[in-house]
Design a protein around this ligand. Structure first.
Ligand code: CO
Length: 690
């Protein structure tokens, strides 16, 4: 999981120590290929390691935050380099979670999973096995024939099982299988779902444990081959090229994994589970490097489906915890995903045999022009100033089966931080049942092409934001607008104000967004103040979209409590990494956030982690077929009294001379025409790409 800058630039003078100079590994450095090889050698020397043992997960075991900070301050030793290694014996299902000292060359601890509290993540080797397993079962073969197709004509999609109290699944590794017909090798099978049929498969015994054979529905026939010119139609011929150039190069500096850009500093991290991780994000203000977030990642994401069909009610994918979506990071080597002066980082991780492998250009970083940063044409002072905004974009794309997800972190000159998910790829389809006998439309899916259904679903991303606003002592306030009734002091009824509620402990920290009161959550430092004597802070602005829509008594609601609220706040604990728990695959529930908040620890003036769930509820459109135009979901963090004033005042005016100039004032003459002209874009300060 080493990040290798493909092109290293000069070291920034004000960057944090990377340890590179001293020859020591920074405690937060991503695992290198050499370290992964060493981990494999350490682990495979253990007696319990067999020929059928696979590496389900290998990741950096990050030292305690306080140890890292103490070391950086010169007040503590360099923490030990450790890795977390999850091992699965494919033949027996024997599963262990191991802590390995890379420095000492030893396994420090091993815990054995009995499966009652979840399984290790799904292996690619298990994915590959299911097609052969089902093909050997005559019931599956018969059921396909009944639907007018054959084993040779279908692709089997291995899907995570969830937890539904089937006794034969207890302690076993189970995948559920749906079939899609593929008419020829280049055909996209998602267009041809074989509905009414699903197989539950034990991947260790290689047997179908249960076959669900319900309705026989026609297999939709129309091609979904969006890459076929015949499906695309006549090419649009009116688009001229847009070329982004940065003749003097990009404005960021890269030193190994560490980046500085404008006033921002951070480390580009990568993990095979979470994908991109930003660490130690800070903003330099008057020469002082002020921390904002210690660690930020998408620690979990859930795609729950709302179709109760007997072959689909269990569709609830945890793409991070069950499938480790970081593994499926796209190589952006083609250069089509980002434009401008790009800096790529490679992602290095372990394969299932414990060998390192590299995804070249897995992470993309570039600058984007972002329109107007600030602007004013003054009526009285004659001042006419425009500044252009730009942002630094750090992103990766991962493909999990049919869907493709991009995760984009944006850093702005004014201290704003945004995280945006981009959703594209291909819908997970069904055969559309059509109208029922009473003439009612099917209530749980859209018809996206003739006879083809797009079942309703949600995409719920969990952002784990290990906050460090100006230091470790933080608190969170829920801030709502508050209407004030007419009365003494508000005789005219125009008043409105704020209602501020301190989130005092974990037990009351589960909160829901409410656009009707512009609800936001303000993270403040309880010890530091700005020049007005008020706490320095950053505010989280959510998008108001539904949380988990499944019934509170459902299996998925128990397994994904994190997704039942938009926000939870917990006391920092290095063991609390993932919102749905460490072992999400077949986890019966009550893990993750549910456990983290159970002791109701105080989060007022503590070292805290903010967990934010965001993402769209998707009623698929015909326009989402056969490939979805990108849909977006995001959240924003903005400084709120963190700075003493606008921190982007000193951004220079664009090179064009008229972007900072004087206008005639109102008192000095007519001036109206000039003032109006200042609002136009023709001069290029407001709308250009420069
Ligand atoms: Co969707």
């Amino acid at each position: 999981m080493t990040i290798i800058s493909t092109e290293s630039s000069a070291t920034g003078a004000d960057q944090p120590s990377t340890g590179v100079e001293s020859g020591l590994q920074h405690p937060l450095a991503n695992l290198s290929a050499a370290e992964i090889t060493r981990i494999r050698d350490i682990v495979s020397a253990e007696e319990s390691f067999t020929e059928t043992t696979r590496f389900a997960f290998v990741g950096l075991d990050e030292p305690h935050k306080w140890e890292v900070l103490a070391w950086q301050e010169g007040d503590g030793p360099l923490p030990e380099r450790r890795a977390r290694v999850m091992l699965l014996d494919m033949a027996t299902g024997y599963s262990t979670d191991n802590l390995v000292s890379i420095d000492a060359g030893a396994v420090l601890s091993t815990s054995v999973l009995d499966g009652s509290a979840g399984q290790l993540p799904v292996l690619i080797e298990e994915f590959d096995a299911v097609a052969d397993i089902v093909a050997e079962d005559p019931r599956w073969v018969e059921a396909l024939i009944k639907r007018g197709t054959t084993v040779d004509q279908v692709k089997c999609v291995p899907l995570s099982a969830g937890h539904y109290d089937y006794p034969e699944e207890e302690g076993r590794r189970i995948l559920r299988v749906l079939a899609f017909r593929q008419d020829y090798p280049e055909d996209h099978p998602w267009a041809h779902p074989v509905d009414g049929l699903s197989a539950y498969v034990d991947t260790a015994t290689r047997k179908i444990t249960r076959l669900v054979d319900s309705d026989v529905l026609a297999i939709p026939a129309e091609s979904g081959n969006f890459d076929d010119p015949a499906v695309q139609g006549e090419p649009l011929t009116t688009l001229k090229p847009i070329v982004i150039t940065q003749p003097e190069g990009p404005s960021f500096e890269v030193n190994g994994e560490w980046v500085s850009w404008a006033n921002w500093n951070f480390q580009v991290g990568f993990d095979m589970r979470e994908g991109l991780v930003l660490r130690q994000l800070s903003f330099t203000d008057s020469g002082e490097q002020r921390p904002v977030i210690y660690r930020a990642s998408i620690d979990e994401m859930l795609v729950p489906y709302g179709d109760p069909s007997p072959v689909r009610f269990w569709q609830n994918y945890f793409d991070t915890g069950e499938y480790l979506f970081g593994r499926f990071t796209n190589s952006l080597a083609l250069g089509c995903d980002c434009v401008g002066e790009i800096r790529y980082f490679d992602a290095v991780m372990s394969d299932e045999l414990g060998n390192p492998f590299t995804i070249e250009n897995g992470i993309c970083m570039h600058e984007e022009d972002y329109g107007t940063l600030w602007k004013h044409s003054d009526l009285f002072a004659g001042s006419n100033e425009v500044r252009r905004s730009r942002r630094l974009v750090i992103s990766f794309f991962t493909t999990v089966g049919n869907y493709d997800y991009g995760f984009y972190w944006y850093l702005y000159l004014d201290g704003t931080i945004e995280c945006e998910a981009k959703l594209t790829g291909v819908l997970f389809t069904s055969a559309y049942p059509g109208l029922d006998e009473a003439g009612n439309d099917y209530p749980y899916a859209s018809e996206v092409a003739p006879g083809l259904g797009g079942p309703y679903h949600q995409h719920l991303f969990s952002a784990r934001l290990d906050m460090m606003v100006d230091g470790l002592s933080n608190a969170v306030d829920e801030v709502d607008v508050k209407r004030v009734p007419v009365g003494p002091g508000n005789e005219h009824g125009n008043a409105f104000t704020k209602k501020v509620t301190r989130i005092t402990s974990e037990g009351v920290s589960g909160r829901t967004a409410d656009a009707s009161v512009a609800r936001a959550w303000l993270v403040t430092n309880t010890e530091k103040t700005n020049r007005m004597g008020r706490p320095t802070g950053y505010v989280l602005y959510p998008q108001d979209s539904p949380t988990l829509l499944a019934d509170p008594s459902s299996s998925i609601a128990r397994r994904a409590e994190f997704a039942t609220k938009h926000v939870f706040v917990t006391r920092y604990d290095p063991a609390e990494k993932y919102a749905a728990g460490d072992f999400v695959h077949q986890n019966p529930g009550g893990d993750g956030i549910t456990k983290f908040i159970a002791d109701d620890a105080s989060v007022d003036g503590e070292d805290i982690v903010l967990w934010h769930t965001f993402g769209p509820t998707h009623f698929p459109r015909p326009e989402d077929w056969p490939v979805m135009p990108v849909d977006y979901a995001k959240f924003t963090l903005k400084p709120y009294g963190f700075f003493d004033k606008n921190p982007a005042l000193n951004v220079p005016a664009p090179a064009k001379a008229h972007c900072s100039t004087r206008l005639p004032t109102l008192s000095a003459g007519p001036g109206a025409a000039e003032l109006a002209a200042a609002g136009e874009c023709a001069g290029g300060c407001n709308c250009s790409n420069d």
